[in-house]
Design a protein around this ligand. Structure first.
Ligand SMILES: C[S@@+](CC[C@H](N)C(=O)[O-])C[C@H]1O[C@@H](n2cnc3c(N)ncnc32)[C@H](O)[C@@H]1O
Length: 237
């Protein structure tokens, strides 16, 4: 596995934090909200007592989990990039969230999670796994903190259906960095996005990685012509 270097990843996201949400909405034509909603619905159906959103970034998944899960469910968002977390906290305040026992954001590293073993019911990671410097170590940490019977949900870009590939890769490599430059003034961040997406494993390869990391009952659900997928795995009871 060749993964991006952590410091460069943190710097990249720090540089685009203030425009990250806007860029997501425009560059995905609003599809990112639909994909995250689907993820949150899957988590809600597992009825967790607590949920940890890794690589939470500007907090969209954590905030939606807070809205979708019962009031006594604790939701935590974790990221190592402070400017992205600042955005998440700002959005939580705007949404009127003041109760830290319901939703809080912590700075931390997915490769060294600041949580006890077997302490989390549901783990989510949306568009984050692709950015980890060591994916196998990240998956091992996720498995460590999940309680037996707990679920991991990975929302991530995948390799699209064959007919879509020529248009998709043209969009990723040529059009997206240009639009992204207009929105964020940072063309390299979105060249990075295109490069990490095209190198990322397809659904069966990622399924195999989750199984190799010790997750059971691994399934993959394709969304939007397999542009993205949600993988679900369970830590055996
Ligand atoms: C593409 S953003 C995804 C943000 C959010 N989950 C979403 O759905 O929009 C990737 C995030 O992963 C974070 N990240 C990358 N590697 C990390 C690590 N090792 N530990 C914590 N956060 C990490 C980055 O700081 C960034 O905020």
């Amino acid at each position: 596995m060749t993964e991006p270097e952590a410091e460069a990843v943190e710097r990249t996201f720090a540089g685009i934090a203030l425009r990250y949400d806007l860029a997501n909405r425009l560059l995905s034509f609003g599809m990112d909200c639909i994909w995250r909603r689907r993820l949150v619905r899957m988590v809600a159906s597992a009825e967790p007592k607590n949920a940890l959103d890794l690589a939470t970034g500007s907090g969209d998944v954590a905030l939606s989990l807070r809205d979708a899960l019962p009031a006594d469910t604790e939701v935590i968002g974790l990221d190592f990039c402070q400017p992205m977390l600042d955005e998440a906290v700002r959005k939580a305040r705007l949404a009127g969230e003041t109760d830290a026992s319901r939703l809080r954001f912590v700075r931390g590293d997915c490769l060294d999670l600041p949580f006890e073993e077997a302490s989390v019911d549901a783990l989510t990671i949306a568009f984050g796994l692709r950015n980890l410097e060591d994916r196998a170590l990240g998956l091992a940490e996720m498995r460590r903190v999940l309680r037996p019977g707990g679920s991991l949900f990975v929302l991530e870009f995948s390799q699209p259906a064959c007919w879509l590939r020529p248009f998709y890769y043209l969009y990723l490599k040529a059009i997206l960095p240009l639009f992204a430059w207009v929105i964020t003034r940072d063309r390299s961040a979105y060249q990075y996005l295109g490069a990490t997406i095209s190198k990322f494993p397809d659904q069966s390869e990622l399924k195999a990685e989750l199984e190799a990391a010790g997750f059971d009952l691994v399934t993959a659900s394709s969304l939007t012509g397999s542009i993205v997928a949600i993988h679900h795995g369970v830590k055996e009871a």
